[in-house]
Design a protein around this ligand. Sequence first.
Ligand code: SF4
Ligand code: SF4
Length: 374
Amino acid sequence: MSEVIFTNADYHYETLKPKLFGMLDVIGGHLIKKESRVLIKPNLLLPAKPEKAILTHPLVVKAVAEYVLWKGGRPHIADSPALGTFTKILRDGGYKTAFKGFDVEFKMFTGSVKVDVGKPFGQIDIAKEVFEADVVINLAKLKTHAQMLLTLGVKNMFGCVVGFQKPEWHLRCGIDMNMFARLLVRIYYAINPAITIVDGILALQGNGPGNSGTPRHLGILAGGRDATAVDMAICSLLGLDPDKLPTISAAKKLGMVNATVFYSGDFQRVENFIFPTMGSLVFGPRMFHRFMRKHMIQRPVVDNRRCKLCGECWQFCPVKAIDRDDTRIDFDYNRCIRCYCCIEICPHGALHAAKTVPGRLLHKAKNTWERFRS
Ligand code: SF4
Ligand code: SF4
């Protein structure tokens, strides 16, 4: 049985700190010993202000770092951003201000070690700091995600894959959303963080996980030892069947999910949370699956009024499916593997995922097929 704790909270440090201390005491504070080297892994995706709800809030990270110090441990905070310099992320994200006068080390992952995460992926380069730490604390943000539906505890560990190897793994998984979910699960279990806490105080709904999403105040922190349990509990909180989350479905297929999840604390169902429009759009005979994925799945589109032609998306795209001239960008949808990295990193919120017309029709057909089968 896995326990998940929910705690109502806000970003006032005087009240937030004791609440996080209380959660950590219950979840696994005893694992942090004197002189333990504790790696805190927040979501530091790109430069974004705290009110955008893209990064783990700096005060959540500060309270956890303070807890580690209080236990006599040695905290260091690290991630491998997708975009922007680490200094800019710490400044824009409010970390510099929050940690003023605090002697805690921040580090961008650079070096890596090869880790065999299992079939079919084999060896993956994961940040070496993860394996040098005595305890890893996973501090995720509650956000929507165009490809994975939500990015929660399990997916946050993908940040431990260093730098440009992230888009490379997107490329290797191709258009297969379930394969990418399986990769995320394998990475999560290879790292096996001791504690997972998800910051859902100010969450991101709609077209997350980047600037196209819409912040929404939920006022909740969720935490536990097992990130799959935490993620399942958050799905229930948001009124989503956990099996619809690709990472949970992949973890179940791999036999890596504890069947019983027990919630405690301030669990209160969130109404009308807005998820990104997505769906596997794959059904019926196997021989048609590849075609369906390629032509029917939602595609990235640009809002030209918001695009500043900054170049981040075309530089990052793992398959170079974005072209541009002096006035606009264009997508090559034959090349595009629908990883949605471009949406995630666009600093101006100019990209979102949109269903194709055949995709809409296929969705209807899929629903009819499923009704017919049941
Ligand atoms: S879509 Fe976004 S990332 Fe791409 S060029 Fe335009 S503003 Fe930059
Ligand atoms: S265009 Fe965007 S969604 Fe398509 S492969 Fe490139 S980064 Fe991924």
